[in-house]
Design a protein. Structure first.
Length: 269
């Protein structure tokens, strides 16, 4: 079993390296399928032995071999974070029968069977990418959101899930709610990317867990906003990327959704 954990960590680091390149290139219109990685400072192409996830960064002491300028810490941070999320999902999916608290993630094998972990890893790659791009560039690429939505819809249709139509209606309701907020605030409180991301989240969680997801997103966003204002890093009325809060609350709801439902909305039980 230890070997599997090691393999998942290595796989997570490799995927994290891909996400690092994807989140840098996609907003800039650079092809992700062609061309080797390059130093953003001197533009020199990076050799394969200098592009080994995490290891190369450590061996080079965080500097470009050619120009000696510092390499952004975003790259190892993304790789490590991706590996940690992958190992967490692997652990939870494989230990659901022995977990004391049965939750949303433990219900997924009923729908996805042996494809549960691959599915979760796929949408996690997209969600991590959305988090990074929205945090850095304040945009949520449509392709990433609609990939998750189409993949989830496809699997739900194949599984003949009884609550499919409820999930679809929940998705459109969540998206409509965010769209109304977007129109009321003229885009300052909610972007169209968040509206589309709510469509995927609503389809995935269905009712009532979508309510938990959205409530938690707003709660975390408000708390972070207050902290930033207190630290004078933000001002009232200034737009803050909301996508990262949706992504963070997605994983929290995935793992502790049932507990949070009982905690926040006990009267709906």
């Amino acid at each position: 079993m230890i070997v599997f954990y090691i393999l998942i960590i290595i796989f997570g680091l490799i995927v994290g390296s891909f996400i690092s390149a994807l989140t840098y290139r996609l907003p800039r219109g650079i092809s992700i399928t062609f061309g080797r990685s390059f130093c953003p400072h001197c533009k020199k192409k990076i050799s394969w032995y200098d592009n080994i996830p995490l290891l190369s960064f450590l061996l080079l002491k965080g500097k470009c071999r050619n120009c000696k300028k510092l390499i952004s810490k975003r790259y190892p941070l993304i790789e490590i974070t991706t590996a940690l999320i992958f190992i967490l999902l692997f652990f939870l999916v494989n230990n659901c029968p022995s977990l004391a608290q049965q939750d949303i993630i433990c219900d997924l094998p009923i729908i996805f069977a042996k494809w549960t972990l691959p599915y979760l890893l796929l949408i996690s790659v997209s969600l991590i990418s959305i988090f990074i791009i929205d945090f850095e560039e304040r945009i949520i690429p449509d392709g990433l959101v609609f990939f998750n939505f189409a993949l989830t819809l496809f699997v739900l249709i194949l599984s003949s899930k009884e609550s499919l139509f409820i999930n679809i209606w929940t998705a459109f309701a969540a998206s409509l709610f965010f769209l109304i907020l977007h129109l009321i605030t003229a885009g300052r409180g909610m972007g169209l990317g968040d509206v589309k991301l709510a469509l995927f989240g609503g389809l995935f969680f269905g009712w009532p867990h979508t309510l938990i997801w959205l409530y938690l997103s707003v709660l975390i966003g408000a708390l972070v906003g207050i902290i930033l204002i207190f630290m004078k890093k933000a001002k009232f009325g200034k737009q803050i990327a909301f996508g990262p809060f949706l992504v963070i609350s997605f994983f929290i709801t995935l793992i502790w959704g049932n507990y949070l439902h009982k905690l926040f909305f006990f009267y709906l039980n």
